[in-house]
Design a protein around this ligand. Structure first.
Ligand SMILES: *[C@@H]1O[C@H](CO)[C@@H](O)[C@H](O)[C@H]1NC(C)=O
Ligand SMILES: *[C@@H]1O[C@H](CO)[C@@H](O)[C@H](O)[C@H]1NC(C)=O
Ligand SMILES: *[C@@H]1O[C@H](CO)[C@@H](O)[C@H](O)[C@H]1NC(C)=O
Length: 352
């Protein structure tokens, strides 16, 4: 081996080890100072820079000692992989339910907690999950991905990184707990749990007749549902809610501790503090008194609302119960008489 090559290898080794030490020290510092809210993003950038820098250095050197090069790359990749694994093992909170069941209220209440960030709905995640489950039904598409070395675990990791980035882009700073509210996420608990094994799910449930009233009077569009017909909307509620309850109990049977919590909207409205404390025990997150005054935090206090979400106006006020049973007098008697027949889930959930 020529002296020049030995010298270069020595330089790479010193620079590489130096970068890794620098990296470890700065990471440690960032974890120590909790007011450095951007540590995750900075850490990720440092990793990328360190990795690319080393690979560039290696490329510069015309060495035939490939095993040495791949050792260095593997080491750097392991550090990057650590970051991906760390993200995927987070306890992401997913809030959902049939639309108009209080999902926005729940996420706004969680957003009032200092260390939780949910944000407005995007519909991106349930749409992507739906698309993937459609591919998954075609054995040819599954085979195509296998041939391309993308097995299910690889696809799940890619989804995890992408979804995490969506959560980061949506939140200010780096909150301790990321949360996402999209009603139809709760129809995909299986898939989300494959991506984030420590995720927790909050399923909002509300009387199907109240949901029907809200969807039809507000004209909330739901793809595949004819919202001009109260019967059809109630039928949709029955099957969608049943499916979400099934997904929720599937995951609760899988683990020793519950990963999915059913929250009844009517109870949340009439016994707010008690229901919320139950939610925080389930999440294993410290209670924050700001939650009981969420309306003071809307807009300037950090809770952002979307102009496109039909509940934004309601949830910007303190919780009120005047319209909880308005549907009883506003839905047609003909519809109400037949409701239990067309929606057996009502009785099963105790809605008489
Ligand atoms: C794809 O299908 C397999 C077998 O039916 C199932 O185990 C897996 O969870 C599905 N994955 C996704 C992402 O839908
Ligand atoms: C609504 O709130 C008021 C005042 O807190 C209470 O007296 C009343 O019983 C509540 N009504 C319902 C339907 O929960
Ligand atoms: C928020 O996080 C900080 C830092 O981890 C912690 O000191 C504080 O107690 C948390 N606040 C609440 C309300 O959980």
């Amino acid at each position: 081996m020529s002296p020049v090559r030995i010298k270069r290898r020595y330089i790479i080794l010193v620079v590489g080890v130096g970068l890794i030490i620098l990296f470890a020290v700065t990471q440690f510092r960032c974890y120590e100072s909790s007011d450095d809210t951007n540590y995750d993003i900075l850490k990720f950038e440092r990793e990328l820079i360190a990795r690319n820098f080393l690979i560039e250095l290696l490329n510069d050197i015309d060495t035939k000692d490939d095993s040495y090069n791949s050792d260095v790359i593997e080491l750097i990749d392991r550090v990057t992989q650590w970051n991906v694994n760390h993200d995927i093992m987070r306890q992401i909170i997913f809030v959902g339910g049939v639309p108009r069941s209080g999902t926005t209220l729940m996420r706004v209440l969680l957003d009032a907690h200092k260390n939780i960030s949910c944000g407005q709905e995007t519909r991106i995640i349930p749409r992507i999950l739906k698309m993937i489950s459609q591919w998954n039904k075609s054995s040819k598409e599954v085979q195509r991905l296998d041939e391309a070395s993308l097995d299910e675990n690889a696809i799940n990791r890619v989804m995890g990184v992408m979804f995490m980035q969506i959560f980061r882009e949506q939140s200010e700073g780096t909150p301790e707990h990321f949360c996402n509210k999209d009603p139809f996420n709760l129809a995909h608990i299986h898939d989300l749990e494959n991506i984030f094994p420590n995720a927790k799910f909050i399923l909002m449930i509300r009387d199907g007749r109240a949901v029907t009233h809200s969807i039809t009077t507000r004209g909330v569009t739901i793809s595949g549902v004819d919202i001009r017909s109260e019967e059809k909307v109630l039928g949709f509620w029955n099957s969608a809610c049943e499916n979400m309850i099934r997904e929720c109990s599937y995951i609760n049977h899988k683990y020793a501790h519950p990963h999915c919590l059913e929250v009844f909207y009517e109870k949340l409205i009439s016994d707010t503090e008690r229901e919320l404390k139950r939610v925080f025990t389930f999440l294993d997150i410290t209670w924050d008194n700001r939650i009981l005054h969420h309306e003071q935090l809307v807009d300037n206090g950090g809770i952002k609302l979307s102009k496109l979400e039909p509940s934004s106006k309601q949830v910007s006020k303190a919780i009120y119960n005047e319209s909880l049973y308005k549907w009883r007098s506003e839905l047609s008697p003909r519809f109400l008489v037949k409701a239990h027949e067309s929606a057996p889930l009502l009785a099963r959930l105790g809605y008489t």
